[in-house]
Write a protein that binds this ligand. Structure first.
Ligand code: NAD
Ligand code: TYD
Length: 352
């Protein structure tokens, strides 16, 4: 069958990537969709079991840090578009092992850019490199203000520094070689398939298990939370309609202090688990703060709203209800991802 486009999605077995792959596979039967993922601890093909047999979907296990593998892959398949999500994504891990973040997030991104530039060198017509990034590149906000697309980069963690560096390389390939790109910087996502090293799924998992809920520092740090399916929808829009060489900020208009969010999770979970009100809140435990902890993230998403008509489609209440129900009806997913290496991570990070 002749396809309209050959699209490479990297990191498609991860949290956000799996929702992006599912969206593109279901919305675009006329695209051939390749999912390239190294299946690190964060990648899980179970996330895609419902679409894995689609005839226009191809999974490739491979590593974006392997330059010759990446080049050969591009030469073989001659992709028209790339949506790049593969990354090391957890701030706490970046504090322990910054070089892994340089390796994957910086080197890996540049290998992809090189390969795209190489196969597209005769014509950029109909080609697009989409780099998925984070609002953390902007550093931290004080009590007021919002990140806009022109906020200067000021990353504070090795994770955000590595993402900032990758963003700069994408921009540089656009300026220097004319590579057609779009870039988005999104706030914290939540939803099904979120690995339980991040705050929301970690708390859901620990509430179920009746284990302590670790709150870093005083718990007054603020994040803006967006439902992952709304992020996937934004990526679809920007990929197809975003202006070339532009950045779009994506956010949930939904700021929560960590402690308030965890208290809300406790209440909602008590109701669902049939536990007396107040049971899970007793698990809240204040622990040592994260070094370089950013106080507050909040996004001004006016540009994507005015230009592309995007806004979140679900309220936080609705998104959290979907999320909690998903975790409660998929105990085998949590069981699978929290066995083995997760135990070692957890022991080292929280109990040392
Ligand atoms: P994740 O950690 O859940 O998934 C990352 C995926 O990349 C995994 O499937 C992993 O196997 C794969 N991967 C890692 N190294 C690889 C390599 N060397 N080669 C090929 N595949 C590799 O991450 P996520 O939360 O889904 O984030 C996806 C992207 O979105 C990242 O680029 C992240 O910076 C960005 N982002 C995340 C958030 C968030 O809240 N999670 C917010 C904004 C932006
Ligand atoms: P996280 O989910 O790691 O996302 P990010 O650091 O990329 O924003 O953390 C969200 C917030 O929750 C952040 O302020 C750190 C805090 N946090 C805790 O208080 N305890 C935890 O165990 C974790 C993982 C995070």
């Amino acid at each position: 069958m002749a396809f309209d486009k050959k699209l490479l999605i990297t990191g498609g077995a991860g949290f956000i990537g799996s929702h992006v792959v599912r969206r593109f596979v279901t919305q675009y039967p006329n695209y051939q969709i390749f999912n390239l993922d190294a299946l690190t601890y964060a990648g899980n093909l179970e996330n895609l079991s419902d679409i894995e047999t689609a005839s226009h979907y191809v999974f490739i296990k491979g590593d974006i840090t392997d330059a010759s593998f990446v080049m050969t892959l591009f030469e073989t398949h001659r992709f028209d578009g790339v949506i790049h999500l593969a990354a090391e994504s957890h701030v706490d891990r970046s504090i322990t092992d910054p070089m892994a973040f340089v390796h994957t997030n910086v080197n890996g991104t540049v290998h992809l850019l090189q390969a795209a530039r190489s196969i597209w060198k005769d014509s950029y017509e109909g080609k697009r490199f989409y780099h998925v990034s984070t609002d953390e590149v902007y550093g931290t906000l004080g009590a007021t203000g919002l990140f806009t697309e022109t906020t200067p980069y000021a990353p504070n963690s090795p994770y955000s520094a590595s993402k900032a560096a990758s963003d700069h390389f994408v921009r540089a390939y656009g300026e220097t070689y004319g590579l057609p790109y779009v870039l988005t910087n999104c706030s914290n996502n939540y939803g099904p398939n979120h690995f339980p090293e991040k705050l929301i799924p970690l708390c859901i998992h620990n509430i179920i298990q009746q284990k302590p809920l670790p709150i870093y520092g005083n718990g007054l740090y603020t994040r803006d939370w967006l439902y992952v399916l709304d992020h996937a929808r934004a990526i679809d829009l920007v990929f197809h309609q975003g202006r070339n060489h532009e950045t779009y900020n994506i956010g949930g208009f939904n700021e929560w202090k960590n402690i308030d969010l965890v208290r809300l999770l406790c209440e909602l979970m008590d109701t669902r688990l049939g536990r007396p009100a107040g049971t899970s809140a007793q698990l809240i435990t204040f622990v040592k703060d994260r070094p370089g902890h950013d106080l507050r993230y909040a996004i001004d998403a006016t540009k994507i709203h005015t230009e592309l008509g995007w806004q979140p489609s679900v309220t936080f209440e609705e998104g959290l209800a979907e999320t909690l129900d998903w975790y409660l009806t998929h105990p085998e997913w949590l069981e699978q991802v929290t066995s083995g290496r997760y135990q070692t991570y957890y022991q080292t990070h929280y109990l040392d």
